[in-house]
Design a protein around this ligand. Structure first.
Ligand code: FES
Length: 110
């Protein structure tokens, strides 16, 4: 778990949110209810959430404020969502975001 629990300036974490389980690509993980999905994935050590449409290079958190769309992944029941803006819920099922159709590569959405 890569989560700051005792910050040298802010002190110990006073977080009363309950721990919930969720999955990413079928892997069972835990996070704090209501925290951004991005925070839960990073705390679990998972940094790659999709692949670039042309190069296939790994993508994950970039702007962290909902502007760039680099963090998009699949949320069961929601479709594509931005991990930095989506609150974590108990038993959420997440999966790596698909490579979208692209005019340059001719890739079709599967
Ligand atoms: S990281 Fe930029 S929209 Fe989420």
């Amino acid at each position: 778990m890569e989560r700051i629990v005792n910050h040298p300036i802010l002190g110990p974490r006073k977080d009363s949110r309950r721990e919930v389980s969720f999955t990413f690509n079928g892997q069972r993980l835990t996070g704090l209810e209501g925290e951004p999905v991005a925070a839960a994935l990073l705390a679990a050590g998972i940094r790659i959430w999709r692949r670039h449409e042309e190069s296939g290079s790994p993508r994950g958190l970039y702007c962290a404020i909902g502007h760039c769309m680099e963090c998009r992944l699949l949320v069961e029941g929601m479709g594509l969502a931005r991990a930095c803006l989506t609150p974590l819920k108990a038993n959420m099922q997440l999966a790596e975001g698909p490579q979208l159709p692209n005019e340059i590569t001719g890739r079709k959405l599967t």
